[in-house]
Design a protein around this ligand. Structure first.
Ligand code: MF3
Ligand code: CO
Length: 262
């Protein structure tokens, strides 16, 4: 069932979304060589609680951590372990928070230090695909418009588009209808309307699109061992148009102006 959210409910989603944005920015800052994935998980938990939110992943279908940390060939749902980051790793971090019963969900991928140009291209292309997808979140557009726009970015570069895992509606539940695939035909699929909120989350691979789940039942890896990137935002379709609730808004720091000299 697709749920339609009120303005009040979107305001709660915006608080959850800002918390997720702060979590991702904080974890990215902390993700340097020598830091373990479990340490990143602890940092995320601290930020989520300090913002008055609850981590939505913890306990979700038995998931054992606060965030997902997915290095290199891991596409999504990597469980934070004692593995320590090394220069040249590519790390995807996915986080979710609940504020007064409403969810925010987002993910980023970034390199640890220097990576090869093709790896940076994979990361940049996946992020651009998310932006292009978000540009289609307007009342009257269809999910096929989003999926087609997203997959076109990958095809242009020859990257594999993951099909088994998709974006989703979001609200009181982290995963609501409709499913939001990263592929599709323009003009087809569910029509977007005001009050809907969706997560768009492209997952692109340097190699093929096929996936495998590791024996822990969570960790999704590329079947061919190639590197993978994942970006995600939560987008609310408000009366005034799309609101990306998980976009980090300007902070006092960003607004600070250096004193003029002379
Ligand atoms: N954020 C993921 C998604 O986009 C969900 C994480 S699954 C969990 O759907 F089990 F880790 F919570
Ligand atoms: Co999601």
């Amino acid at each position: 069932m697709i749920t339609i959210k009120s303005r009040k409910e979107f305001e709660k989603m915006a608080v959850a979304g800002q918390t997720v944005a702060v979590v991702l920015a904080t974890v990215k800052e902390a993700a340097v060589p020598g830091v373990s994935l479990k340490e990143l998980d602890a940092i995320a938990a601290e930020v989520i609680r300090s913002q008055g939110c609850t981590p939505s992943f913890l306990g979700y279908h038995g998931y054992p951590a606060n965030i997902c940390t997915s290095p290199n060939n891991v596409i999504v749902h990597g469980i934070p372990s004692d593995r320590r980051l090394v220069e040249g790793d590519v790390l995807s971090v996915d986080a979710g928070a609940i504020f007064e019963g409403f969810h925010g969900d987002a993910a980023i991928t970034f390199p640890i230090g220097e990576v090869a140009p093709e790896v940076q291209l994979l990361i940049d292309t996946t992020e651009r695909a998310l932006k292009v997808g978000i540009a289609h979140v307007i009342a009257g557009a269809r999910l096929g418009d989003i999926g087609h726009a997203v997959e076109s970015e990958a095809h242009r570069q020859g990257f594999g588009v993951v099909r088994e895992y998709v974006g989703h509606g979001i609200g009181r539940q982290m995963h609501e209808d409709p499913q939001v695939p990263n592929y599709g035909k323009p003009g087809t699929g569910t029509k977007l309307r005001k009050g809907m909120a969706i997560c768009i989350e492209p997952m692109f691979n340097l190699g093929g699109h096929e996936t495998t789940v590791e024996p822990d039942g969570w960790t999704v890896v590329t079947a061919d061992g190639s590197l993978s990137a994942h970006f995600e935002h939560t987008i609310a379709l408000t009366d005034r148009g799309p609101l990306v609730t998980t976009l980090l808004s300007a902070t006092d720091d960003d607004l600070a102006v250096a004193p003029r000299s002379g």
